[in-house]
Design a protein. Structure first.
Length: 178
């Protein structure tokens, strides 16, 4: 994970947060940023746009950080990303940071994709099921992708469990062809 650009930035932020004894605050801020990226089309457009100048991106991200009540360490980090034109990697950095935080706490990180947002009780049940299968606490990174139609796609490390309706339909179509 650290070999990627996002992994290197996430590692730098993680080390800085740990050194400043601000890991909990930075982790909470990164979670809020990840949620904002998921919820806001405008924010995703801002971070992905190559047309926005470094200065404008820096001012915009500083205003967004203030609105989201992001801690100073993470706010400065976002400014560095804007200055280096790396805001496009923000979602990947958030995921990498979440994985590092989970590892630091002794948890395993799982990426879960569903067709619709999961309710809190469903997330709790999923965590319990994953914990019983893996034998360790599991931090769940939730993603929503309506194209899977239904079911779940769960990735834990190199293991992938794809129980999506899209995959089942594709398997059925392949079986009928041949």
């Amino acid at each position: 994970m650290q070999a990627s650009l996002a992994g290197r930035y996430a590692r730098a932020l993680f080390d800085l947060a740990e050194e400043n004894k601000a890991l909990a605050a930075v982790e909470a801020s990164m979670i809020r940023i990840g949620e904002a990226l998921t919820a806001s089309d405008a924010l995703r457009a801002l971070v992905a746009s190559p047309v926005v100048s470094r200065a404008d991106a820096g001012r915009a991200i500083k205003a967004i950080a203030a609105e989201l009540k992001i801690d100073p360490t993470t706010t400065n980090f976002l400014g560095v990303l804007a200055a280096n034109r790396r805001l496009g990697k923000l979602a990947d950095i958030v995921r990498a940071f979440a994985g590092m935080s989970a590892t630091h706490r002794g948890e395993v990180s799982a990426d879960v994709t569903s067709a619709h947002p999961l309710a809190a009780d469903q997330v709790s049940a999923l965590k319990a099921k994953l914990k019983s299968r893996i034998g360790r606490d599991v931090a769940v990174n939730l993603n929503v992708d309506p194209t899977i139609l239904g079911g779940l796609v769960v990735r834990v490390g190199s293991r992938l469990v794809d129980s999506s309706i899209r995959t089942r339909l594709n398997t059925l179509a392949a079986a009928m062809k041949g």
